[in-house]
Design a protein around this ligand. Structure first.
Ligand code: GLY
Length: 379
């Protein structure tokens, strides 16, 4: 109800939003996706947004599964790689959707890894002021992290994910069978995504951390049962955080453990280094800072390092990236406040510091530099 008080009109827009959605786990899920969409009729037609690599593998199969269920779909591919996650590619995709008359009654299917999911999600958030989308993540990273929780974005040259929105997907389908081809074609990319799984264990769940320690070999071999278990644990851990703080006002910031430095390294590499690899290095730096400031024990820091190494993740900051440049880029990080970068830090393995409800803290440059130096390979 519009209320008038003096020379002010108040537009009353209080609302309770239900953004709940299901995450479906399994193998070879395309027929189920088509069947479900035929039932729920999320859109009158479906824009499958995907990258060139995933399109070669799965684009036609998903389109034909949808068509067999009587649904109309088109594929909107773009060049694979984080370098494509920018405003130019993003606008180009929307222009192509306009050309094929995708209207407000259409929906998007994000088929691919983190770049696809983030960019397709952002299109869903703003295309014709918003249309629904589902996530079909095909990489370890997207299945562990980016397809869950509704963060969508594109990068700018100076900072990762600097333009974005929160837009929860209508549903997520985690098909672990897609990981087999990823492992075969791009083992580095396959391994890199496990950084987010290690992060979930470290920040929230020592039992899952121990599971990863014990089952690292099966994880690296892409054993289907193990991958299903890992995917479910990732989504459970992340889901419990996102449920409490969907817009990252507080608690959700613990999911950024390792990301302040990780994003800086990724940005400074011109987005050539993989996100998971950079998060792995960033967790080593944040672990060192946590040991210095928050009492994380040397033994716990060593456990983190050993698990990252066991899973084949990098633990050293690349020599060509200087401490000074990293510090500079962290100032542009989304978490920075009042010109100071902020860090999510560990108290113990499985428990993050809450910093009186702020969940991140600024850290003196001297301490960050000491932690960066401790994360450089000694010759
Ligand atoms: N990747 C961290 C988050 O979704 O909050």
């Amino acid at each position: 109800m519009v209320i008038a008080v003096g020379n002010t009109l108040r537009i009353g827009l209080e609302s309770i939003v239900d953004d709940s959605y299901d995450i479906v786990f399994g193998e070879n899920l395309f027929p189920q996706i088509a069947e479900d969409l035929a039932k729920v009729r999320l859109g009158s037609k479906y824009a499958i947004i995907t990258d060139s690599n995933v399109n070669r593998l799965y684009g036609a199969a998903l389109k034909s599964a949808l068509e067999s269920a009587g649904l109309q779909a088109d594929i909107f591919p773009f060049e694979a790689g984080e370098q494509s996650k920018n405003a130019v590619v993003f606008l180009g995709l929307m222009k192509s959707m306009r050309e094929l008359d995708y209207g407000r009654d259409s929906a998007i299917i994000a088929l691919g890894g983190g770049v696809v999911g983030d960019m397709a999600g952002l299109i869903a958030a703003i295309y014709l002021r918003g249309i629904p989308y589902i996530q079909v993540p095909t990489t370890t990273l997207a299945q562990a992290d980016s397809s869950i929780g509704g963060k969508t974005a594109v990068d700018t040259e100076d900072a990762k994910n600097s333009i974005g929105a929160f837009k929860q997907p209508a549903r997520v389908y985690i098909d672990v069978a897609t990981l087999v081809s990823l492992k075969e074609l791009d083992n580095r990319g396959y391994v890199s995504g496990f950084a987010e799984a290690v992060k979930h264990g470290i920040i929230r769940d020592p039992v899952f951390f121990a599971y990863l320690q014990k089952n690292a070999k099966l994880v690296l071999e892409c054993d289907p049962e193990t991958m299903l278990y890992v995917a479910k644990q990732n989504c459970r851990i992340k889901g419990t955080v996102v449920e409490q703080d969907p817009k990252e006002k507080g608690l959700r910031q613990i999911l950024n453990y390792g990301h302040t430095i990780g994003h800086a390294v990724e940005t400074l590499s011109g987005y050539r280094r993989l996100h998971g690899d950079c998060v792995s290095m960033g967790m080593m730096v944040s672990g060192n800072i946590s040991a210095k400031l928050e009492g994380l024990s040397e033994q716990e820091l060593e456990q983190q390092k050993e698990l990252l190494q066991l899973l084949g993740l990098p633990i050293w900051i690349p020599p060509e990236i200087s401490n000074e440049s990293i510090i500079q880029v962290t100032l542009k990080d989304k978490k920075a406040r009042g010109g100071a970068a902020r860090y999510a830090l560990l108290k113990h393995l499985g428990e993050m510091h809450d910093f009186a409800g702020k969940y991140t803290t600024p850290v003196d440059n001297a301490i960050v530099i000491a932690a960066l130096n401790a994360t450089r390979m000694q010759h």
